[in-house]
Structure formats: C-alpha cells, structure tokens
Design a protein around this ligand. Structure first.
Ligand code: GLN
Ligand code: ZN
Length: 783
C-alpha cells in the first residue's frame, strides 16, 4: 500500500463555500436552456451564456473575498442537475437513450437534455428529492450490464476555463458512493442486485477524472458524499461504510498523491456519525462537516488531525444572517476537538444553491428585515470574515461580529416577531382540535352528499399557467392592470378551465389556481408573518426555480384567502368543486423559516390560519377541500432516530388544520412523491379521506404497499407523469388502472394525474386528460 505521507498536501484556503447558485441572478441559464429546448437557439449560444455565467460567478466570489490563488471557489456548474452530470461523466446512459451517445459514450447538450426530459415513449430519468431539500435530482439507472467509461471532460474543461481566467477553482463532483447509493437498479436486474455492487467498476472512471484534473492543474477536488449523513438511502449502513473504505482506498491511497488533486469529501445536510471515523481513517485529504445540522466531532478521531477539516458553520440552506461570534467560537471548538495542529477552514454547511443570490437585489424588502438576512453573496462575505478571524484572530473582525450581534438583537425585539394573541390561541388548544370523527361515518356521509361514480376522476389543482395569465399578473404587479381587471381576467380563465373539465368529463372540478404565482408564495402573500422576494429564485429541478417566501414572524390570517375564487367556481357548475389549500408543513418546507423557535410551533400557527380558511370554505357550501402536503416526505429527517418526533408535529399540524370540518365535508391531501411505504404510518395519521400521490413513473408499485398496510381510506395514484411533456396514451392509462383495481378495493380508488398541471401546456394537458377519462370509462365498464 502506498501512503501519501511524504507528499505535502496542497494549500487549502481558510474560507470556502461548497457550491453557489448556478441559475444566474436573473435566471440567465433558465432562459438560455429553455430557448435551446424550444429550438430558438443552438447549443453554442447556450454554452456561451453558461460560460459567461461561470466567469461572472468566479469574479463575484473573488470580489466578495474568496481567494483565487488557492481553491476557495468551487467549480460546480450544471446545465440541469449534478447527479445527471455524474451519469454523463460515467457514460451510464440508460439503454433507451443509448443512440444519443457517440461512440465514446459522450452526450451532447441535446442528448443530455433528452435524458432529463424524455422523448416520445422513452421516459426521462425519474426525478426525486435531493436529501431533505426542495431540489430534485435525476435518479441514475444502473444494472449489472451498465458500461462505465470516462465520457465527459466537462469538469476538466470548466476547471481549465477558470484557470485561464486566473482563478484556481475546486471542481465539485457527486462522489461515487453517493452516486450509486442514489441510483436505482435498471428494470430486469436480477433479484438482490444493487447499484452499489458496481462500485469497483465506477472507481476507475473517477480515477481517470482525478488524473485529468491534476494534469490540468487542479490542486483540490471536492467529492460530495451526502449519502453518508442519511439513513434514508437504499443501501444498508454497513454496506455504505464498506463502500466508503473501498472507494477512498482506490481514489486516495492507490493513486499516488502527485497524480491526483487532494481530495475533499463533503458531507452536507447532516451528521456523519459513524462514517466520520471511517472517512478519517482513509487517505482523503480533507473532510467538510455540516456543523449547522451536525455536531462537532468527538475528540481525537484517529486520522482527522492530519487532514483539512472544513467546519460548515454558515447555513447553506436558510437565509438568516449568522451569529458570527458564535460561528467563530464553533470553529475554535472544532479546532480543539480535532487537535491544535489541525488545518481548520470556515465553510458553508451545504452548497449555497439552496439560497438566492443577493439580498441587495431586494430593494422592496423592508430594510429592517433585510438587515437580518444573508443570501448566497452575504454568506460568502461571512465566510471571508470567518476566514480572517481564523487566521488573524477574532479581534481582527470584531466590527463585523458586533454588526451581526446588533442585527440579531433587533430581530429578537422587532414588532410582529412575537405576537401574544397568536401564542395564546395555540397554547389554548385541546386534543379535540386535532381529531375528526370516525372514518366509516364520514365515508357514508360523503358518499351521500357527493354521489360520485366509481373511480372518480379529478386533477391535483392547477391548470396550465398560460403566457396570458403570467402577463396579466405581471401587468397587475406593475400597476398597469387594475385589481378589478386582473380579477376579471382570472375569472375568465376559471370559466375556461371549468368548461374544459366539464367537456372532458371530470367528476370533481378545480378552479385551476390561475391567481396563484406559486402554491406557497400565494398563501405567504396573504398571511401575516411572511415576506416575499422579487429576485429570490432558487433551483427546484432542471431549469425550474421557485421563489421561497421568508417566514419571519408569528403567523395569522387577516382575511379569507381562497373563498371568493372557490365560491365563484362552484357557481359555474353542478359538479363538486374542490377547494385548494397548501398545508402547514409544505408552507414551512418551501419557505425560508424562522430559526428562533421549534418548527412544530410555527407549523401550528400556520395550521390555525388554514383551519379558519377551511371553516369559511365549508360555510360557503364547498364539499371538498384539498390540503396539499407534497413536502411532508421532504422534511423527513435523514436520520431514522429523528423520524418519530418530526412525524408527530407535522402530522398534528395537518390534523389541526383539517379536523374542524363536518363529517360530510371531504378532506383530500396530495403528496408528490412515491415512497409511500416509508411514511405510511404518517399518512394514516393525517386521516385525510382521499390522498393523491405520484405513481405513474413507478407504474403504481406503491399500491401494493397501501394494500399490505391495510390502509382504509381512499387513494388517487397518479396515472399521468406531468414532469415530462409526453402525452400518455389511453391504452397505457388503462393498463395502469387495470393493475390498480387488482391490487386495491375499487371504492378506495380515485383517478388523477401525478401532480398539478401548471408547468404544462394545454396541447399536452387536454389530450392527456382525455386519455385518462377514456381509460377510466373502459375500466369502469369492466367493474
Ligand atoms: N395543488 C397544487 C397544484 O396542482 C399541488 C402542487 C404540488 O403538489 N406540488 O399545482
Ligand atoms: Zn404534486
């Protein structure tokens, strides 16, 4: 065995960030790549926009205080997704897309996009949540036969591009263990096969990449291994640990140190726990710890003192200005734990791509609130300050520490942060506020009232947000369209959506959500305690971005929010109209949430506001209310030990919101993901009468879990994958429904798409819904 002890580790900066937003301050990348997909530009134009964005990012990070002569600035760009990038790197293109790759397994930008988005009958890679964030990655498909080869030199080219600009960057790649842990086995893989079985075959490709990076001049590389902080990946812990040892023996020990960059393994989103001593025992040169979510390492972990240890003390996942004094103390405590000789650096807990670019880009935000916030650029400044504090001592940055203290003090005492009347209402709740009556009674009362056919059809809520809707909203926001005119345009849209649903033949109608810019922001704009941003976009998946609101104070509902729209819609049709709300957990998950009280307390405040809204809908004659909780699974803690406490407060907040209604009012909920089995207990706890879930891509696998668990209430497994522009054929939907009625009782089954339709176009939505209705009629006839 070679050890690298004789070679000095290349210099590592005292401050760094694990990653930075990729989409651009004005979503430049989104615009460029969507124009390319629409055929309005060519690959060279997109590449030019991307190169310009990367150049501006490097310049900005340098201007904010990151060093350019040592690798403080990450090279972490992606056209779509970092996991898809790793798939492209490894040449692991699924067989159905094999024709898109050239003889060397390389994908061009068009091919790469097709793997992400699908074409015709070829489904795209499945998309799923990235750890406990609202970012979605594309799931690799790996089988015993998948061939791996070094098929993309993008990381090398992007590194060289930085160097040519005078910036020594640190390339960031998804690490081999996490890549395989997140992959799923290709269809038809033998029983017992797991993608992690292929570790030995992907390592040579990573080794080639490391050698190429070194040849190009890279001194450090960052391999992201968040799988190591999670119990939720599909690989048993022991197997994962063995994989860590194997992977980093191959990459760190077996490649001589002068033939590769130094390796930083980053472990964002949580605590490494037992994986830390394992990693420390390998020859990797550095480890980045998440000290926001995770704890300090135990003292004297063997091997750790010889490495660079990046203390992730600046929260990459939330927008609050840091307590710099406390952060510096924590870095000193880290130094003490690792050993006084250790090389400690200040870092972010995660990549900064979960937060927007720049608070200074929010002129409309209240200046006091703005002074409490740190977006990506402000966090980079905080890192630069901490780096100075680490190298020159706390006194050198005492002004910055005092300024942070002052901001925190105003935040604690500002009006609206604590409102006694809100606190008192939550404190006075008794257990009855969290409970509905017996489900059997509800089921009978609802059947009586609603008179629905078997396999009732509905949608998840939103219909396409057309250019006209967006134009009207923008004009209204600019003050060019009066509120009256705007509302009339929205009512006209609702009329069209109702007519369309009636002509297609859906059973439970929706108003289509045209008035909502976003399912969370809309409520945030109408509740007290929230602020919204103008430019605070963060990437959700591919080119899609969301603009999370900022929940900064105690929450209450000043006036009804959705009642008028829903009532209007119901006045247009004799079919039942479903009222549409976003649940407390999702409102929290997709906002930046205050960090000064337990999440459960904040959730109950939101739940009470929704409870009042549901009561008003019920009084207005609405018989069905859907409370969407697509983020319930997303916030599930990564460590199994933390699940019970989370599920307790999250489920209770949903029940608090929904259990004030009569037995004959039907409560629906919608959950976006398909890992139903994992949280079936919690879904049971929600006690919703009908639960719709994503199921099209997984071909309704989840129904087996539902049946096995003896779940008593109704479910609507999605039969149309709305994440892709593909239109499902009638036969395909019929097949899904036939499978469904075999695995679950007919009176438990609803028919609906996977999710809302807002991101799709009518040209896709109308024929898709027609397929669904035709298939439903066919299957109904067989019952
Ligand atoms: N009601 C929402 C919609 O249809 C639900 C979206 C979601 O689950 N993400 O758009
Ligand atoms: Zn959904």
């Amino acid at each position: 065995m070679t050890t690298n002890d004789t070679t000095a580790t290349p210099e590592f900066p005292a401050g760094t960030v694990l990653g930075y937003p990729r989409i651009g301050p004005r979503r430049e990348l989104k615009r460029a790549i969507e124009a390319f997909w629409a055929g309005r530009s060519d690959a060279a134009e997109v590449e030019a926009v991307a190169a310009d964005l990367r150049r501006r990012t490097r310049a900005r990070l340098a201007e904010l205080g990151l060093r350019t002569d040592v690798p403080a600035i990450p090279s972490a760009f992606s056209f779509y997704d970092q996991v898809l990038d790793a798939t492209a790197l490894l040449g692991a293109v699924p067989a159905r897309f094999a024709d898109l790759a050239d003889a060397d397994g390389r994908l061009d930008l068009a091919g790469y996009s097709t793997v992400a988005r699908g074409r015709g009958e070829d489904l795209p890679l499945e998309m799923t949540k990235w750890f406990d964030t609202n970012y979605h990655y594309l799931v690799p498909e790996i089988g015993p036969e998948t061939e791996f080869r070094y098929a993309s030199d993008r990381p090398v080219r992007e590194f060289a591009e930085g160097l040519a600009d005078g910036v020594l960057t640190r390339p960031v790649i998804v690490g081999p263990v996490t890549y395989l842990a997140l992959a799923k086995a290709t269809e038809g893989s033998p029983e017992g096969f797991s993608p992690i079985d292929r570790l030995a075959d992907v390592l040579p490709v990573y080794a080639t990449l490391l050698r190429e990076l070194r040849a190009a001049g890279a001194t450090w590389v960052q391999l992201d291994e968040p799988a190591l902080v999670s119990d939720s990946v599909d690989v048993p812990t022991e197997r994962l640990h063995a994989a860590v040892a194997e992977a980093y023996r191959a990459l760190a020990t077996q490649i001589p140190a002068d033939e590769r960059p130094a390796i930083l393994v980053a472990a964002p989103y949580g605590d490494l726990d037992e994986a830390l001593p394992l990693l420390a025992a390998t020859d990797v040169d550095g480890i980045a710890l998440d000290l926001v979510r995770g704890g300090l390492p135990a003292e004297d972990v063997p091997g750790l003192a010889g490495k660079v240890v990046v203390g992730g003390v600046i929260d990459g996942h939330n927008v609050w200005r840091a307590d710099l004094g406390a952060a510096l103390d924590r870095l000193e405590a880290l130094r003490a734990a690792v050993g006084p000789e250790a090389t400690i650096a200040a870092g972010t807990s995660t990549s900064l791509f979960h937060v927007p670019h720049d608070v200074e880009d929010e002129p409309a935000l209240d200046p006091t609130l703005r002074s409490w916030l740190a977006f990506a650029d402000q966090k980079v400044t905080e890192i630069a300050t901490l780096a100075t504090g680490l190298t020159e001592g706390g006194l050198a940055v005492k002004d910055q520490i005092l300024a942070a203290d002052a901001a925190l003090a105003t935040r604690r005492n500002a009006p609206g942060v604590v409102r006694p009347e809100v606190r008192e209402r939550v404190a006075a709740l008794d257990e009855d506020a969290f409970r509905r009556g017996d489900f059997a009674d509800r089921k009978a009362a609802q059947a009586d009232r609603l008179q629905l056919p078997p396999l009732p059809t509905t949608t998840i809520g939103s219909f396409p947000q057309t250019p006209d809707i967006r134009k009207a909203r923008a004009a209204h926001d600019r003050g060019e369209l009066s509120t009256e005119q705007y509302e009339e345009e929205m009512r006209a849209e609702i009329r069209r959506v109702v007519e369309l649903q009636e002509s297609i033949g859906l059973d439970v109608l929706v108003h289509g959500e045209p008035e909502r810019n976003d399912m969370v922001q809309y409520f945030a704009e109408n509740l007290d305690g929230f602020a919204v941003t103008q430019n605070g976009w963060v990437q959700s998946y591919g080119s899609r971005c969301t603009r999370p609101s900022i929940l900064w104070g105690d929450v209450s509902r000043p006036a009804p929010i959705t009642v008028g729209w829903t009532q209007y819609t119901q006045s247009l049709t004799s079919k039942p109209v479903k009222g549409m709300l976003t649940g407390p957990v999702t409102i929290l998950a997709w906002s930046f949430v205050r960090d000064d009280q337990p999440l459960g307390d904040t959730a109950n405040q939101v739940a009470l506001a929704l409870r009042d809204e549901i009561a008003d809908l019920e009084s207005a004659g609405i018989a069905i209310v859907q409370v969407d909780e697509p983020a319930l699974r997303e916030l599930l803690p990564l460590r199994a030990a933390d699940h019970a406490a989370y599920l307790d407060w999250s489920v209770r907040s949903f029940r608090l919101a929904t259990s004030g209604v009569r037995p004959d009012t039907q409560i629906h909920t919608h959950l976006c993901y398909s890992e139903f089995g994992e949280v079936i207990g919690a879904i049971d706890g929600l006690d919703a009468d009908v639960t719709s879930i994503e199921a099209a891509r997984s071909k309704m696998e989840i129904l087996a879990d539902i049946a096995d668990a003896g779940y008593p209430r109704a479910v609507g497994p999605g039969v149309y994958d709305i994440h892709s522009p593909r239109v499902p054929g009638e036969a395909e939907v019929t097949e899904l429904l036939e499978a469904a009625v075999k695995s679950i009782a007919v009176d438990q089954l609803w028919v609906n798409p996977d999710c809302g339709l807002k991101t799709r176009r009518y040209a896709e939505v109308t024929p898709s819904l027609e397929s669904i209705l035709a298939a439903t009629r066919t299957v109904r006839a067989t019952l």
